[in-house]
Ligand binder design. Structure first.
Ligand SMILES: Cc1cc2nc3c(=O)[nH]c(=O)nc-3n(C[C@H](O)[C@H](O)[C@H](O)COP(=O)(O)O)c2cc1C
Length: 305
């Protein structure tokens, strides 16, 4: 009997990926630590650490709290700033990584977002704009918590780049659909969701928060059902492609996220728990597709209504 051929390819706004697995921003840094574990060119793509206009040293330590089936981080967007990313990090990354790059960008004003995206445009296949940062002009409320400010960021970035712009949404909102639709109407090429959920742990012996910043972003396996729910809700309301993210740890999770409406799927905290996570997921995909009777993975996108 002829062996069944499984096709894992997906296309994100014209960018072809060998498979839908993307290492999520902040959990793969610039790939350097992971390339010693395996050839990271097997990834569909990878999203590098959030880049800001100026260098950032991040939050005071401790910045990580372990949780049941997940973790809280308050790294605080530590990165060397866009100049150093262009001068050092990207050229270094390109020595060992030749597949599509998703450039994750953060900012504290519209001008910050536009400036950093315009600078990264020549090096990125996709710009992923993280709107979870505090909006300095509006009293520190995150850009991603209001449809209007999320749309403003989208327009500011779209005006300066020719590359596909994906807005990365925060789940810490009451109505993610209205924010997603505002971004779509403002011209976003796609969406990425979800970022981390706001969480907190307390060290009961020391009677104080585990994390110096008190609160942080909760991610990892525990948030998977929340992410699937939000991807599904947004997919029902928007036409643009979605990169699904949040708690993905297995090939089955990838397929579930795609059935909810994701065209590609990001793996975050699981890379920190198991540095081989993306490799194991990618290698397991064909057998899992076969088990589920799927020939072409892209046929599963959004099939659950
Ligand atoms: C240590 C750490 C650092 C992160 N840094 C960023 C970042 O710089 N920019 C961003 O958009 N998301 C960042 N995230 C969020 C992840 O990319 C992802 O959206 C989130 O963790 C949910 O996915 P997961 O449950 O698979 O981790 C970070 C997450 C972790 C755990």
């Amino acid at each position: 009997m002829a062996e069944r051929v499984t096709d894992t390819r997906v296309v994100l706004s014209g960018v072809e990926l060998d498979n839908p697995v993307i290492a999520a921003s902040g959990t793969f840094v610039y790939g350097e630590e992971f390339k010693d574990f395996y050839d990271i060119n097997i990834l569909g793509a990878f999203s590098f650490k959030g880049t800001t206009r100026e260098p950032r040293f991040g939050n005071p330590t401790p910045r990580i709290a372990e949780c049941e089936s997940g973790m809280i981080n308050a790294v605080g967007l530590q990165n060397p700033g866009v100049d150093a990313v262009i001068e050092h990090e990207i050229p270094n990354m390109r020595k060992f990584y030749h597949k599509p790059i998703v450039a994750n960008v953060s900012g504290f004003s519209l001008d910050d977002y536009a400036y950093t995206c315009e600078r990264l445009d020549p090096y990125a296949d996709i710009l992923e704009v993280n709107v979870s940062c505090p909006n300095v002009r509006h009293g520190g409320m995150s850009f991603g918590t209001q449809p209007e400010s999320a749309a403003e960021v989208t327009r500011a970035v779209k005006a300066v780049t020719t590359k596909p712009v994906y807005i990365k949404l925060s789940p810490n909102v009451t109505d993610i659909v209205s924010i997603a639709k505002a971004c779509e109407e403002a011209g976003a090429d796609g969406l990425c969701l979800i970022n981390t959920l706001l969480g907190m742990r307390i060290d009961v012996a020391r009677r104080r928060p585990v994390i110096a910043n008190k609160m942080g972003g909760f991610s990892g396996r525990a948030i998977f059902p929340v992410a699937v729910r939000m991807v599904w809700q947004v997919a029902q309301a928007c036409r643009i492609p979605i990169m699904g993210c949040g708690g993905v740890a297995t090939a089955t999770d990838v397929i579930e996220m795609m059935m909810a409406g994701a065209t590609a799927v990001q793996v975050g905290a699981e890379n920190l728990r198991n540095p081989y996570a993306c490799k194991e997921i990618i290698e397991a995909l064909p057998a899992e597709m076969e088990r589920l009777g799927i020939d072409r993975l892209s046929d599963t996108i959004g099939i659950v209504k």
